[in-house]
Design a protein around this ligand. Structure first.
Ligand code: NDP
Length: 465
């Protein structure tokens, strides 16, 4: 009876993960989706705590489990509330790393117990969980260090080959444990663990700059796969479903991010792209080029009397926390009969969906958000494009400078609009560290200042006109 109720709990948990994930795909339902999945997870956890009956023993270590849950819940909820939106990718990395560590620890604990039964499928899932979980843990910790600026990009010549050799040795040792007649499985298991942790570090260290989101989403997918291995090991449906969902969602996101940044997945896997070259990137533009500035009153005037304005938000908007005042500007222009839309680049900001989340927080209608392709079709019929703290995602070097590190990355083709107003604080480059020719084009004008201050002043000026 108890076992049947527990199975129902796991079924509810699995269904809630799927429903929650579906709801996460739309900003209007995303918050609820998160709660639905969290509720399903709570049902699965409490079901296990109160209904699970181990085959040959009683449920023990209750105090340890509940104690760890309380500590984890307090740390998780306090840090999630405190974290700034711009530091969210760092937090995602840490949380993801913890998931990988849990999966690896399960494998380490279970190796001594289940490996004795010598069932190759069990040993395989233990090894896969340990290898993938360890790579995900150490890789995520490095990703956290890099995103927070504590760790710099590092690479050495031949690293590409070296990484492949490490991976090969891990696989050979793993195969030896499964099929070989090893008298020292624990020693070999320890070697695999050490090499897997090292591989996670080696794999992420050389990657940097604009390529980090791909790596984070890939590591997220790894954690899901490692969890699914543990689910298989325990024959636990909810763990299996959760792991598969995280693994596949992460893999799909990785592919989409690769497409958005024009990076090949193969290069991500062997840790050989991006990073330091991006920072060193081609510095076109130069000091001899001139740019125009526009005054606040002129900017307010052209926008108020425009037919269509497209706002392009970027990382700077998030830094300035200007999403609410940006929505105010939109409302003020709409009142004057201006059609206002937002063009969202898939990698604008510092994490996938950053701009969507930010604008949803300010109650911007989802219907007003244009994705890359529809936005590019609309720019030609747009009077004014207002760029708020975006840089790399509107850099034409991605289209016309083969030597640029972002060459090939799809961009928002804002230059097609009649007029482009760029708000940022200085002429400094964006995340990829490269100069932007857009700023020097004849239809471009710079509007310097912090995005929030500038927007507040623009609204005031528009009201006065
Ligand atoms: P960028 O980093 O290219 O540019 C942001 C610009 O905002 C800077 O040039 C900066 O200029 C300006 N800025 C900073 N603070 C303010 C402020 N308070 N007010 C006004 N402007 C400000 O951002 P994009 O969004 O265009 O591009 C995102 C970049 O980040 C891409 O290279 C992308 O690949 C990368 N990336 C994306 C991730 C994702 O998943 N979305 C994750 C990690 C990286 P100034 O200092 O002069 O003000």
């Amino acid at each position: 009876m108890q076992t049947n109720i527990l199975s129902i709990c796991y079924l509810i948990g699995s269904v809630s993960f799927i429903v929650g994930l579906k709801m996460l795909s739309n900003p209007a339902t995303a918050r609820k989706g998160n709660l639905v999945s969290a509720a399903g997870m709570a049902i699965a956890i409490f079901g296990t705590l109160f209904l699970y009956q181990p085959a040959n023993s009683s449920f023990h270590n209750f105090g340890w489990i509940v104690g760890a849950m309380i500590i984890g819940t307090v740390i998780g909820s306090v840090s999630a509330r405190k974290v700034k939106m711009t530091a969210m990718p760092e937090m995602v990395s840490i949380f993801n790393g913890m998931g990988g560590l849990c999966a690896a620890l399960i494998s380490i604990v279970e190796f001594g117990r289940i490996a004795q039964d010598n069932a190759p499928m069990h040993v395989l899932s233990i090894l896969a969980g340990m290898i993938i979980g360890s790579v995900s843990f150490s890789g995520s910790m490095i990703a956290y260090g890099k995103l927070s600026g504590k760790i710099k990009d590092h690479s050495f010549s031949g690293q590409h080959i070296f990484n492949l050799v490490v991976l090969f040795v891990i696989l050979v040792l793993g195969a030896y444990i499964i099929f070989g007649d090893s008298t020292f499985p624990l020693t070999i298991f320890g070697c695999i663990l050490g090499l897997s942790l090292a591989y996670g570090i080696l794999f992420v260290l050389p990657i940097g700059g604009a390529d980090m989101p791909v790596v984070i989403s890939l590591l997220n997918s790894f954690t899901g796969i490692a969890t699914a291995c543990a689910g298989f090991l325990y024959n636990n449906q909810v763990m299996l479903t959760g792991g598969i969902l995280v693994g596949s969602a992460g893999a799909i996101l990785t592919i989409l991010m690769c497409k958005a940044m024009n990076r090949s997945l193969k290069n991500v896997l062997i840790g050989s792209f991006g990073g330091s070259t991006a920072a060193a990137g081609s510095a076109t533009g130069g000091q001899d080029q001139t740019f125009k500035e526009i005054s606040l009153s002129d900017a307010a005037m052209v926008m108020k009397y425009a037919h269509k304005v497209i706002i392009v938000p970027g990382y700077g908007l998030a830094v300035a926390q200007a999403q609410h005042v940006c929505h105010e500007l939109e409302k003020s222009l709409t009142k004057d009969g201006v059609v206002v839309k937002y063009a969202i680049h898939p990698v604008a900001g510092r994490m996938p969906g950053h701009m969507n989340v930010l604008l949803a927080e300010a109650d911007v209608s989802y219907d007003d958000l244009l994705e890359l392709e529809p936005a590019n079709e609309e720019f030609a019929s747009t009077d004014v494009v207002l760029i708020l703290g975006a840089n790399d995602v509107v850099n034409p070097a991605a289209e016309n400078d083969p030597s640029s590190p972002i060459y090939g990355m799809p961009i928002l083709e804002v230059g097609k609009a009649k007029m482009v107003i760029i708000n940022k604080r200085s002429m400094r480059p964006g995340y990829a560290g490269i100069e932007n020719q857009l700023f020097f084009q004849s239809n471009s004008s710079m509007l310097f200042g912090d995005a929030k201050d500038v927007l507040q002043q623009l609204i005031a000026q528009i009201k006065e006109l």
